[in-house]
Structure formats: structure tokens, C-alpha cells
Design a protein around this ligand. Structure first.
Ligand SMILES: *[C@@H]1O[C@H](CO)[C@@H](O)[C@H](O)[C@H]1NC(C)=O
Ligand SMILES: *[C@@H]1O[C@H](CO)[C@@H](O)[C@H](O)[C@H]1NC(C)=O
Length: 369
């Protein structure tokens, strides 16, 4: 009877369900990943958008695809991939929009992140299409019902609350591709001062995190905005020197990050049974950018893949752009995104690092709660 493929599938399916749900052995069950291109694992492949990474040489070092592009905006693994792998999640979370993201694979979690996406609906409009946070959470609401179907309501709830980590990596595009977008403003800079804009980011993010809580998310990790004034794109268009960063984007990031810290403290108080961990991406990336040699990199100003200006920072990475020889010598893969080598340094500190970089607890401790 096992000769029929569908029977075999059913058996495998049943086993993997049992395995994942019954493990109390300190392995992570699932990652539900929300955010932007830093963690997009291919959702934008399915959207008509200008923000795409399913072109060579993106993914050239991604082992699971044999070096083919997957839609990840880097040469290898994202921080989301690395964290899942290190914490014992059986497989990568697939992109929600992938036709393969159905049935028992959602027990590994699901990735909703989208290049160009932000907290605000208007963010990333310049790319024509992207999934913003409100839509990503609408999609999680669909997954939520599928989990009830797979596991039954009680087990699904338990799986989400205890065996799953919810990561949110968002905010950079709300500045880069909204507030700071010059002229003809589809951005909001003309009409708002930074305090007002950041207020509204925090208000919307509070609503979004609360919705996830209502859908049974309990273990959260929320990244702050990195030093977006130090990316090769910003350094190139502002014609900076090797060891300078653009002031305004970094200032805005720091101002938002202060408010985010307060928001997460508030939610830790108010949302019973939930833990919100702050991932201090700003200080982590700034440390790697500043002390790159200490981590074994040769440059933190030039993009490995890209063209234009002093830092290869204008034309995005694609088949016609130039690519560096030694990819692990570069902190930045392309004009906007860290290389896999940099992602590995950052992810390790989030998993096992101290309170300076991840607080109030690190991701291994969050998993083991
Ligand atoms: C996005 O648009 C919807 C529908 O208009 C609205 O309800 C929601 O508040 C908006 N969210 C943000 C973050 O702007
Ligand atoms: C999830 O979807 C249902 C409709 O299927 C809706 O009633 C509910 O408000 C949604 N929950 C959240 C938190 O968005």
C-alpha cells in the first residue's frame, strides 16, 4: 500500500508533525519572519515589483539552492536563515507566496518579509509593489488558520506560543524609501518633522505587534534600524570618504531606535505572557562597519556586487554588474545589504550575545523559555 506516492506522503507528513510538535528537546520548531529585504527569502519573486533579487549572482553562496538565486538579497543566508538553523529548526521557513508553502512545511514557520516593505503602507511605493507590515500580518492570519487545520486548535496554540519565534526586521525602508525620498514627495518629509513621522511609525508598529499577540505570538524579536547612513549607496551618493557615514539617516535611525526600546518595554509590561526581545542591529552593524578588520573583513565601505561611484554603490547587483573576488572580505554584498559573512557575525551575537546587543535575553534563551 505504501507504493502509492500519496500514501507515502501522508505517512511522512504524519511523522514530521508528530516529531515537530512533540519535541521538548530544546529545538526551535518554527520561525515566523516579518520585515524587509534584509530577511526576504523570495516573496518578491511572486510580485510585479522593481525590488527583486532572483537574478544572478545573488544567492551564489546559498548552499541549499546550489548557488542559484532564491530571492534573498545577499550572496548566501540571511540572518533569519542563520538563526533558525542555529536554534535547531528542521528547515528554512519558506516564503508565504511560494506555491510550495503549503501543508506540513509551514510547521517550520513561514517568511512574510518583502524587499521594499515597511511599517507604513506608503513605504516602498517607489518599487511599485511590496508587502508592507499590515499585509504581512493579514497573511499570517491565513497561516494561523492553516495551523489549526494541521494540528488542531489546542496544539496549534501551544506550538505558536512555545515552539515558535516571531522576528520583525523593519523600519529602514520607512526612512530610506519614504521619509528621506527626495522631492516630488511620495515620501512624507515635506509635510512632517521627524518627531511626528517617528510617532506614527511607533503607533502603527504597536498595533501590528499587538495583532500578532492576538494571533498567539508570544516570543518576539524586533530589530532596530541599522546605521543606514553607512551603506555603500548612501556613502556613494553623498560622496563620502572611506570611513565616514551620512549623518541624517543615522540620526533618524537612532531617534526611532530610542522610541522602539520604550515601545518594547511597554509591551513587555502590558501584553501578558509575551516576551519582546530587542535586537540592537544598529550597534551590531556599526561595530562590524567600524572594526571590520577585527572580524576578518577587508572593507566595510565598498559593495562586493554593484557598480557606480567610489563604493560600487549606485547600480544594484545583477548579471551585468561587477562582483568582487573574495566575497567574505566584504561587509556589504551590494549597495544596501550585508554579505553572508557579515550576517553570520551579527546572527551569532543575537543568538548567544549579551545585553548590549540583545535584551533583555538572547535568542537562545528566548527559545528555551
Ligand atoms: C494601511 O491601510 C489600511 C487601509 O486603508 C489602514 O487601515 C491602515 O491603518 C494602514 N496602515 C498603515 C500602517 O498605514
Ligand atoms: C484574522 O482574520 C479574521 C477573519 O478570518 C478576522 O476576524 C480577525 O480580526 C483577524 N485577526 C487579526 C488579528 O487580524
Amino acid at each position: 500500500m505504501l507504493r502509492k506516492p500519496c500514501t507515502v506522503n501522508l505517512v511522512l507528513f504524519y511523522c514530521s508533525c508528530l516529531f515537530s510538535v512533540s519535541t521538548g528537546d530544546g529545538r526551535l520548531g518554527a520561525s515566523f519572519i516579518f520585515g524587509d529585504s534584509l530577511v526576504d527569502a523570495g516573496n518578491n519573486n511572486y510580485l510585479p515589483t522593481l525590488s527583486k533579487a532572483n537574478i544572478k549572482p545573488n544567492g551564489i553562496d546559498f548552499t541549499a539552492s546550489g548557488g542559484s538565486p532564491t530571492g534573498r538579497f545577499t550572496n548566501g543566508k540571511t540572518i533569519g536563515d542563520i538563526v533558525g538553523e542555529e536554534l535547531g529548526q528542521p528547515n528554512y521557513a519558506l516564503p508565504f507566496l511560494s506555491p510550495d508553502c503549503t501543508g506540513n512545511v509551514i510547521l517550520n514557520g513561514v517568511n512574510y518579509a518583502s524587499g521594499g516593505g515597511g511599517i507604513m503602507n506608503a513605504t516602498g511605493r517607489v518599487f511599485v509593489n511590496r508587502l508592507s507590515m499590515d499585509i504581512q500580518i493579514d497573511y499570517f492570519n491565513i497561516t494561523r488558520k492553516q495551523l489549526d487545520g494541521l494540528l488542531g486548535a489546542a496544539k496549534a496554540r501551544d506550538y505558536l506560543m512555545k515552539m515558535s519565534i516571531f522576528s520583525i526586521t523593519v523600519g529602514a525602508n520607512d526612512f530610506l524609501n519614504n521619509y528621506l525620498l527626495p522631492v516630488l514627495s511620495i515620501g512624507e518629509r515635506i509635510s512632517e518633522n521627524p518627531n511626528t513621522f517617528i510617532d506614527s511609525l511607533i503607533t502603527h508598529l504597536r498595533g501590528q505587534l499587538t495583532r500578532l499577540y492576538q494571533l498567539d505570538a508570544r516570543k518576539f524579536v524586533v530589530g532596530n534600524v541599522g546605521p543606514i547612513g553607512c551603506i555603500p549607496y548612501q556613502k556613494t551618493i553623498n560622496q563620502l570618504n572611506e570611513n565616514q557615514c551620512v549623518d541624517l539617516p543615522n540620526k533618524l535611525a537612532l531617534q526611532y531606535n530610542g522610541r522602539l526600546r520604550d515601545l518594547l518595554a511597554e509591551l513587555n509590561q502590558n501584553l501578558h505572557g509575551a516576551t519582546f526581545v530587542l535586537a540592537n542591529v544598529y550597534d551590531l552593524v556599526m561595530d562590524v562597519v567600524t572594526n571590520y578588520a577585527k572580524y576578518g573583513f577587508k572593507t566595510s565601505s565598498k559593495a562586493c556586487c554593484g557598480n557606480g561611484g567610489q563604493f560600487q554603490g549606485i547600480i544594484p547587483c545583477g548579471p551585468t554588474s561587477s562582483m568582487c573576488e573574495e566575497r567574505s572580505d566584504y561587509v556589504f554584498w551590494d549597495p544596501y545589504h550585508p554579505s553572508e559573512a557579515a550576517n553570520l557575525v551579527i546572527a551569532k551575537k543575537l543568538i548567544d550575545g549579551d545585553k548590549k546587543h540583545v535584551s533583555p535575553i538572547n535568542l537562545r534563551q528566548l527559545r528555551d523559555l
